[in-house]
Design a protein around this ligand. Sequence first.
Ligand SMILES: *Cc1c(COP(=O)(O)O)cnc(C)c1O
Length: 442
Amino acid sequence: MSKQPYIKPTINKVEFAMASKYGSPMKTQKIRSEIDGVKVADLVDTFGSPIFVFSEKKIRELYSNLYSAFSSRYPDVQFGWSYKTNYLNAICNIFHDLGSIAEVVSEFEYQKARALGVEGKDIIFNGPYKPYEDLKIAVKEGAKIHVDNLFELNDLEKIADELGTKIKVAIRINMDTGIHPQWSRFGFNFESGEAYEAVKRMYDGGKLELNGIHSHIGTFMLDANAYKAATIKIMRLKEAVENDFGAVIEYIDLGGGFASKSHLKGIYQSPDVIVPTPDDYAEAITNAIYEMNKSDTLPKLYLETGRALIDEAGYLLTSVHGYKRFPDGKKGYILDAGVNLLYTSTWYNFNIELDKHYEGENEPSTLNGPLCMNIDVIEEHIMLPALDRGTVLSISPVGAYNYTQSMQFIRYKPAVVLIDTEGNPKLIKAVDDLETVNYKEI
Ligand SMILES: *Cc1c(COP(=O)(O)O)cnc(C)c1O
């Protein structure tokens, strides 16, 4: 054992009042020694620390649960993988292998999908900002363009002129689904008539044809009924524009936003209790379509799945670098991963688990990252036994957004490992180095 630094002893109040049916907070330890049969400590030994780890088995399980909830109720369902939720190549490829098309919200993501071999026709192009030249490429390649605003509508008419063809497009709409705050900045509003007017404007122009209606009502939606409200409004607009303008709406797209099993700060109940099941979401959407459909055929149903299919498949392994005693007596651990890699720590309380059992009573501790920033706090208050340098903590669920939103700030972005369905860990992204981080010099 290496020599330990001297740290002044302190006396801590033992909080008996906190004991509950779950056991004493002075003793309870949450332990995760392995992921899909691979030892957490071995992953760090082999691939370094900190490191993101993804379980392919879990991704496939989450996908098939959600997909079968929809396909068992509805004949024509297609998932599109939301690239911004996690665009690691190996992750996107698993979703494409499972049958997902791509859902992108920028020219960068569009190019990424194309580079992964996804054809234009299998890309849904969303987002409020689509640069003209990139929009034109997407139109030429037959992508599904979801119009967000009138400026884009004008751009598309200009592109139709340039290419000398009519263009089929879909429209994004927003509406009151009973959820607050209401997301009203993307697409055209339903209740005010703005969405209907935008379609009228398309048909007046004679250059665009509407073939789809889309809405992404928000993220981490804890009320499946919001999707029922959204579906009803989409189907109403469908009927109106089919009757009034002769539009043929081939598909409707309910976006994403299904909640994952992460623990939102400020919500007391466990995610297992409050997060709707795949069946709840599927029931809400498909029943509303059946109820509202007036035509002989059913529209194709698209979903733009993100966090619900990846969050629980992702872990961040981080190691204790050292600790100190703060003036208030609390123990402050220094970890090698911080808010640079855990952007979502602002909203979620993660599961933080130890690699094995440690001797000794728990004491109030704080987990800080490696950044030279006072805000670099992963957990302000956590009961932990005395942990030595090198102890590996696993933080989950972190598969959604944390990698794509992680910052190259102060330290290099870490490596990423995927454990395949056979239980073999494979490096899918190396740790960055000076060369990958340095900008192109002119
Ligand atoms: C982000 C996004 C999604 C995926 O959202 P999740 O909350 O991760 O499911 C789907 N569609 C659009 C348009 C998005 O912007």
